[in-house]
Design a protein around this ligand. Structure first.
Ligand SMILES: Nc1ncnc2c1ncn2[C@@H]1O[C@H](COP(=O)(O)OP(=O)(O)O)[C@@H](O)[C@H]1O
Ligand SMILES: [Mg+2]
Length: 243
C-alpha cells in the first residue's frame, strides 16, 4: 500500500565490529518535507543515511524508501545522495562528472539539457569545462550537489551539505531545497550544528545511534523549555532515548 511517507525506518540496528552505530532507531519522514538529522560527530547520521541509500544493510530492522524495502537497486533512479566527503573525479571536468552521475542514476531523458539546468542552478555553467581539481572547495561542493540532483530524484539525501559553503551560497542552497519541496521532493539533510535547523520542517535529534527526540524546531524548544536548540539537545540527551 502506498503511504504518505517517503522514508520509513523501523527498529534499525547496525554494528561495525564492536561499535553499535545504530541502536534500534525508528523514524518516518513524510513526502515533500525537509527533515533535518541533527547530532554530534559519531552519532550515527551517516550510517543512517547510508542505510536509507541501501549502501548499509541493517543487521536488524527495516528501511523502506518510497514503499520499497532497501537495499533495492531499482530505486536508485528516484533517490539522490550527496556524500559527506566530496566524491568526484578530480581529473574529469565539471560537465563530465555530472554526466557520469546522470548515467549512473540511469537518467533517460536528454542528459545535455538536464546537465545544463543543474549547472545553472549551482551557478557553475561557466566552469563546465574546468577540471574539478582546479575548483575551490565550495565550488566542488556545489558540483556534488549537482551530481545528486541531475536525475531529478523524488528523495534527496544530503550529508552535511553546507559544511564549508559560504553564507551566500548557503542561502541559495536552502532556497533551492524549498523549491524542491514545493515540487513534492523530500529532502533529508544532516548536520552536526544547529545553525540551519530552523530551515527544516522537522528535526530528529540523533545521539549514540538512537533518536532522542523529534518535531519541528519550535515543538522541540517548547517541550524542552529551553531558549536554544543546543540546550534542548542537551536536555533530551540527559533524559535519554525515547525508543
Ligand atoms: N564503515 C565503518 N566501519 C567501522 N566503523 C564505522 C563505519 N562507519 C561508521 N562507523 C562508526 O559508527 C559510528 C557512527 O558513525 P557515523 O554514522 O559516521 O556518525 P556521524 O555521521 O553522525 O558522525 C562511529 O563510531 C563510527 O566510527
Ligand atoms: Mg557523518
Amino acid at each position: 500500500m502506498s503511504t504518505t511517507n517517503a522514508v520509513e525506518i523501523t527498529n534499525v540496528h547496525k554494528h561495525f565490529g564492536r561499535i553499535h552505530a545504530l541502536r534500534g532507531l525508528s523514524l518516518n519522514i513524510e513526502r515533500g518535507m525537509t527533515y533535518g538529522l541533527l547530532g554530534p560527530n559519531g552519532a550515527g547520521k551517516t550510517t543512517l543515511i547510508r542505510s536509507i541509500m541501501g549502501l548499509v544493510e541493517p543487521d536488524d530492522g527495516q528501511v523502506k524508501v518510497l514503499d520499497t524495502v532497501m537495499p533495492d537497486k531499482d530505486i536508485m533512479g528516484r533517490v539522490g545522495y550527496m556524500t559527506q566527503s566530496i566524491a568526484l573525479y578530480e581529473d574529469l571536468t565539471v560537465q563530465q562528472n555530472v554526466a557520469f552521475f546522470a548515467a549512473m542514476y540511469g537518467l533517460e531523458d536528454d542528459h545535455a539539457q538536464a546537465i545544463r539546468e543543474v549547472l545553472d542552478l549551482i551557478d557553475l555553467a561557466d566552469r563546465a569545462d574546468s577540471r574539478v581539481r582546479e575548483l575551490s572547495g565550495g565550488m566542488q561542493r556545489r558540483v556534488s550537489l549537482a551530481c545528486a540532483l541531475v536525475h531529478r530524484p523524488d528523495v534527496v539525501v544530503l550529508d552535511e551539505p553546507t559544511v564549508g559553503v559560504d553564507p551566500q551560497l548557503r542561502v541559495q542552497f536552502w532556497d533551492h531545497f524549498h523549491r524542491l519541496n514545493a515540487q513534492g521532493v523530500t529532502l533529508i539533510v544532516s548536520s552536526h550544528v544547529m545553525d540551519e535547523a530552523e530551515r527544516c520542517d522537522r528535526l530528529g535529534f540523533v545521539r549514540h545511534g538512537t533518536l532522542l527526540a523529534e518535531g519541528s524546531a519550535s515543538e522541540l524548544l517548547e517541550r524542552a523549555g529551553t531558549p536554544t536548540l543546543e540546550e534542548a539537545f542537551l536536555k533530551y540527551a540527559e533524559q535519554g532515548p525515547t525508543q
